[in-house]
Ligand binder design. Structure first.
Ligand code: NAD
Length: 376
């Protein structure tokens, strides 16, 4: 199969959908790999590294026009809609439940669109979102430590303390992938860490894997109120699948926090879990409300494209290989996890939440592709 990789043109997007190592794997399997010139530059992968892996470098037009399978990181933007066409399979983050113009462009074009974020295992895990949560969680702890410094507007506290001086306190709300990774880095920096969780099973797991080095507390309004008064850094890491983040941190709780403390609301991409949170960018990442520094960057992994690209392609490559080896139809017949990723096929919306969001007809994938697992 001819697999092409397009350069990301969304502002501040430096990731690329395939590394030279991934290109080499696909070439070894007998596929043709074509990379748009300069596509890997933002992640420090230069064109000659792809060429050494057996890929060919080509223009943007050739990449879009000749691809059978097109790999991207972010959804196509309006200037790319004209390039969508029948016969092309697009594999990328799409998030089209929140993007009606793109949904309609995909449907009208006849393209097959597979979304990273809806590839879902039978246990409800989202394997192509998980690495970005790992990156964001780890960054959140670093950002918390950074913005605690006095010149950055913080209290002027070293998170790890020193011999004879207490470390800072980090409160993580939500102990999922983001929360666990934030806790690991905060512990590594020497902080005292508390995780507020709602799931007892998840807390049992965290207790085991973190060897009792964090306090695990049941999340409730009262507990959040009490924990936040003591916190130097708060990390918002809750998720209720398919819903906006619950506003667990009220304006009153923010007011009760220490002056110069920091909240990193990682859940900002789902609206944020603090009433005072609003999305920020890497160019202007923080603002202050009631003396509390707010870090609410909606695309945190974008700050570390080298790590994010490698982490993302590690998990996408097996699916890319499956689509390339068998073709999309056969690949989704063989793998229900991948089948969940198909959002649009042959002009039909095959993902229920997307159809409902835009009042379009939902057609189960199995109706378009007999033998395929029904998507959700
Ligand atoms: N800003 C970014 O760049 C960025 C990057 C990656 C992920 N995220 C966001 O981070 C958030 C967390 O993602 P994740 O992958 O860790 O999700 P996850 O599903 O792994 O974890 C969420 C956790 O929140 C817990 N939870 C739910 N309600 C709670 C409550 N009331 N109190 C305490 N805990 C509660 C759940 O039990 C679960 O353990 C999501 O909103 C995700 O979209 C943001």
């Amino acid at each position: 199969m001819r697999i092409c990789v397009a350069k990301e043109i969304k502002p501040q997007e430096y990731r690329v959908a395939l590394t030279p190592a991934g290109a080499r794997e696909l070439v070894e399997r007998g596929h043709e790999v074509v990379i748009e010139a300069g596509a890997g530059e933002g992640s420090s992968f230069l064109d000659d590294a792809y060429e050494r892996s057996g890929a060919r470098i080509a223009s943007v037009d050739e990449v879009w026009e000749s691809a059978e399978l097109l790999l991207k990181v972010k959804e196509p933007i309006a200037s790319e809609y004209g390039r969508l066409r029948e016969g092309l399979t697009l594999f990328t983050y799409l998030h089209i439940a929140a993007d009606e113009p793109l949904t309609r462009a995909l449907v009208d074009s006849g393209i097959s669109a597979v979304a990273y974020e809806t590839v879902e295992t039978d246990r409800g895990a989202l394997p192509l979102l998980a690495p970005m949560s790992e990156v964001a969680g780890r960054l959140a702890a670093q950002a918390g430590a950074h913005y605690l410094e006095k010149p950055k507007g913080g209290r002027g506290l070293l998170l790890g303390g020193v011999a004879g001086v207490s470390p800072g306190r980090v409160v993580v709300i939500g102990g999922g992938i983001v929360g666990y990774n934030a806790a690991v880095i905060a512990l590594g920096l020497g902080a005292q860490v508390t995780i507020l969780e709602r799931s007892v099973d998840r807390m049992r797991h965290l207790e085991e894997v973190l060897h009792g080095r964090v306090s695990l507390l049941m999340s409730s309004t009262l507990q959040t109120e009490e924990s936040l008064k003591e916190a130097d850094v708060v990390i918002g890491a809750v998720l209720i699948p398919g819903a906006l983040a619950p506003k667990l941190v009220t304006r009153g709780m923010i007011r009760s926090m220490k002056a110069g403390s920091v909240i990193c609301d990682v859940a900002i991409d789902q609206g944020g879990c603090a009433e005072t949170s609003r999305p920020t960018t890497h160019d202007d990442p923080v603002y202050t409300v009631d003396g509390v520094v707010h870090y609410c960057v909606a695309n945190m992994p974008g700050a570390v494209p080298i790590t994010s690209t490698k982490a993302l392609t590690n998990v996408t490559l097996p699916y890319v290989e499956a689509i390339a080896d068998h073709g999309l139809e056969e690949a989704v017949r063989r793998d229900a996890t991948l089948a969940h990723g198909v959002n649009v096929l042959a002009g039909k919306v095959t993902y229920r939440a997307v159809a409902e969001a835009h009042e379009l007809d939902y057609v189960p994938l199995a109706d378009v592709l007999p033998g395929a697992a029904a998507a959700v």
